[in-house]
Design a protein around this ligand. Sequence first.
Ligand code: AMP
Ligand code: MG
Length: 489
Amino acid sequence: MRKLDELPFDNTYARLPAAFYSKVSPTSLPDPYLVSFNPAAAELIDLDPREAERPEFVEYFGGGRTLPGAEPLAMLYAGHQFGSYVPQLGDGRAILLGEVKNARGAKWDLHLKGAGQTPYSRGFDGRAVLRSTIREYLCGEAMHALGIPSSRALCIVGSDAPVRRETIETAAMLVRMAESHVRFGTFEIFYYRGLPERVRELADYVIANHFPELVVAEDKYRQFLLEAARRTARLIAKWQAVGFAHGVMNTDNMSILGFTLDYGPFGFLDDYHAGFICNHSDHSGRYAFDQQPAVGLWNVSRLAQTLVNLITVEEATAALEAYQPAFAAHYGELMRAKLGLATEAEEDAELLLSLFGLLEANGVDYTNFFRRLGNFTTTGDARHDELRDMFVEPAAFDAWAARYRARLLAESSADAARKSRMDQVNPKYVLRNYLAQNAITAATERRDYTEIERLLETLGAPFTEQPGREAYAESPPDWGKRLSVSCSS
Ligand code: AMP
Ligand code: MG
């Protein structure tokens, strides 16, 4: 266990040529205080959790002090936002403090979000508000616990400094952790600037640091793209299976390592709605829930394009062609598991599609339906009623249930064993928007941060029944339904 000032930094990104970033220090927040600290993330960098109690902690992570060994910088990138290329974005309000290597040899970026203006702020204030840092903090941890690759978060440091959004809010900084903050857009900026050597340098850097097994391969760039395509496909399959809508799948928010990055106006499905749009600014529904798999491929295509000087068109095409099968295979596997099916049958796709139709028509809660489906019995006892009561038209569910029952009997499915399998994959607790909103209201209106802690704890064990916490599994009250969240953060 290490002290704050003993963290072993190994800043590989800072050793790249200056063309990839701007060295810049955080702008401190006045009178910083600790809002929340996440010991699980501290463990990833071998940080002694007692360090959070030291007054220096909020100085380091409120931008007031530089950690020994850190080399703060803002990363340069561009990206396609809502389909249009924006030639320069970059870390406008986040600063990569450095990379900490843990005792197991894994490396974690410490990325301070809301750290003040950088050369890439484009006239914006460089700040983040407490509201949005709470959402990102909770969701990264919730996704991780759900088994979905994600950035993590170490802590939130708050301040009473005012920040103007739609209204006046207060500022906060989030320490985000990830293996890398390289995005599709990091490749795009050098490609569109006509700098193929920089693209190659970046690809070599990513391969050396994150795909070391490819370094000696003759076709390393081809394999790298193929792997990025597959990881993206598998990530989005996981989003679809759990009912997660990212909200802003711009290429600057797409991780090159295929984990969930940049939590803004995201949302989990409450009642099942395929066309769910969680981002208030997404007027065309480009990033609607059911569009995500296709957008993922479109985004990987943008990445592929940047590699034209490193691979052949045929190789790029082959990598893109691998996306859909990778998505379909993983999605199929995940959804069969959610249904408790141990084997694969041709009728499964139809069974699932008709279920989605029923869930949507009856406004049934996605998460709770699958969790309760674990109680389904092939004999059809009283527990069947618990499920059919979720439907406005129970008879329609009965017809589906008969097919499902037949399907289970065909593979001689045993009720108890199936339930225990299903409970491992159908979460009871997800970060519903209204739950996040309750924690935000308590924090911003009453300086009460206990709800953040409770959520962190509850969502940290999403598959476990937690007596006394049943309320966190409830579908939203009227005010919390289909919340669409503003992009302003
Ligand atoms: P996002 O939509 O959060 O992924 O942000 C898109 C781009 O806008 C990124 O380059 C951010 O760094 C930048 N950005 C967002 N909010 C701010 C802000 N308040 N100040 C400076 N840059 C920002
Ligand atoms: Mg972003």
